[in-house]
Ligand binder design. Sequence first.
Ligand code: FNR
Length: 183
Amino acid sequence: MHMLGIAGSIRGASLNRQLLVELQQIVTPAHTLEIAEIADIPHYNTDIDDPNGIITPASVLRLRQQIHQADALVIATPEYNHGIPGVLKNALDWASRPFGKSALIGKPVAVIGGGGASGGIRAQMQLRQVLNGSGMHVLTRPEVALRFADVFKDGQLVDNGARDTLQRMVDALVVWQRKVTST
Ligand code: FNR
């Protein structure tokens, strides 16, 4: 399975992005996981988007193509003020177009991430709603909402329990991907 990872944080030392890097190591060599770059995507604006992609920014066309080519998405999101970070929602809004022909429609997706005491679960709930609304097939279990203070040390994932949960998530996503794309 070829997965595309999207991190909802664009800071250099993002732990959510690091979670995707750890996941890359976990899935290799059985699967591949490419990590998307969303930092250079501008604010969504219909004035600079068109169905033929002639005026659409190159960073957006790249993301849409990466999504088209992926068998499944894995989105790692932090929680900002009990919700989804704006950069992530913005990237998804771009990805949801052209209307009716979006790369997101019918695509399997898993939501993971972490942050403070709640593990970012409120952002994950919002994100699942947005992904469902975009026509994606959202994996429901296992939930991966990590309290980063417990599982990361010096920017590295040091918790084997978290690693096991990530492995179970990938195993479930493989089954889910086969199920939803065979119908
Ligand atoms: C946060 N953080 C945060 N954490 C949380 O559990 N609930 C929240 O509502 C918020 N709100 C929030 C708002 C803003 C503007 C920032 C910058 C941060 C903390 C945040 O989740 C934590 O720092 C994560 O580690 C950020 O993810 P990355 O950048 O490490 O991937």
